[in-house]
Design a protein around this ligand. Structure first.
Ligand SMILES: [Zn+2]
Length: 296
């Protein structure tokens, strides 16, 4: 079960779920003198590193909030124009500033798979949501396959397990000991398993395990949604997703389908803390098809 630590950590980060008006200010959490979490109303977390050369962002909100984000970044202590943007994955809630920053000639770094997803239209079959490819100028202009290091010492790498998508990446700030993980880890409720772009429940297990090898016991972890986490929270999530993975693969091996998986309540001991699991279980079960039963 997610322990008391996970609960307590959720509390000092208010306003995240609140649907405040678009004019509401960004919620700012200071992680270090030059490192902040900015959360605009209705948007995922953005991590900002400030410095003499300007600001570095990890993720860039959806397009409707791009202008507000740039204003909030400029207003931070030591804030200034953005020189570098990381896309932790291709979803529009992370890539909405790409066009503005790409047009301005800024560096946009992502895993090569993320760039590829942004060059194609995507539709989610479970809710019909359609995503349109980005203009060339908005696509990541510096991609990688494995790991990389900036001149400043900031390290980044591929989460090759395919947890949320097959292009997930982390960004690690060693000086501040902060690890930014995008949607590969959820800090607030059940995650989305985007199997259309390669994410799967087995990758969620592998991802939270892999991320424990980046940093150390004191590392603070910033997910795209929810509170700042600790390494202990990743261990707890590893146990939880591992348990759910085992149960879902057993159901798959018995020939069950997604609705039967939902009815089997494979998450029951976690639901009080994590919320209604039905959509998560359905996506997680469907995600097994591509990896474990290619003929399905
Ligand atoms: Zn996402």
């Amino acid at each position: 079960m997610l322990g008391a630590a996970g609960m307590a950590l959720t509390m000092p980060f208010p306003g995240l779920a609140a649907q405040a008006p678009a004019s509401a200010p960004a919620n700012t959490l200071k992680l270090a003198d030059d490192l902040f979490v900015l959360t605009l109303p209705g948007e995922p977390n953005v991590v900002v590193q400030t410095g003499r050369g300007g600001a570095l962002l990890v993720d860039g909100c959806s397009a409707r909030s791009a202008d507000a984000l740039m204003k909030a970044v400029a207003a931070l202590p030591g804030g200034g124009p953005v020189h570098t943007l990381f896309n932790t994955h291709w979803h529009p809630e992370q890539t909405g500033s790409n066009e503005q920053l790409g047009t301005a000639g800024r560096t946009i770094i992502a895993h090569e798979n993320t760039r590829l997803w942004l060059t194609t239209d995507v539709t989610w079959p479970w809710d019909g949501r359609r995503f349109t490819r980005l203009a060339k100028i908005a696509q990541p202009n510096k991609t990688f396959y494995d790991t990389g290091t900036l001149e400043s010492g900031v390290r980044y790498g591929y989460i090759s397990d395919a947890a949320h998508t097959d292009g997930d990446m982390y960004v690690y700030f060693p000086q501040q000991n902060v690890l930014v993980v995008g949607d590969a880890v959820s800090g607030q409720g059940w995650p989305v398993v985007d199997w259309v772009s390669g994410g799967w429940i087995g990758g969620m297990v592998g991802g939270v395990q892999r991320l424990q090898t980046v940093g150390n016991a004191q590392t603070r972890i910033v997910p795209a949604r929810g509170a700042v986490l600790e390494m202990q929270d990743l261990r707890t999530q590893y146990d939880m997703y591992g348990t759910i993975y085992d149960r879902l693969t057993q159901l798959l091996n018995k020939g069950r389908g997604p609705s039967e998986a939902v009815a089997a309540k494979p998450t029951k001991e976690y639901d009080a803390l994590m919320g209604n699991p039905d959509e998560f279980v359905r996506r997680a079960f469907e995600s097994l098809w591509a990896y474990l039963s290619p003929d399905a």
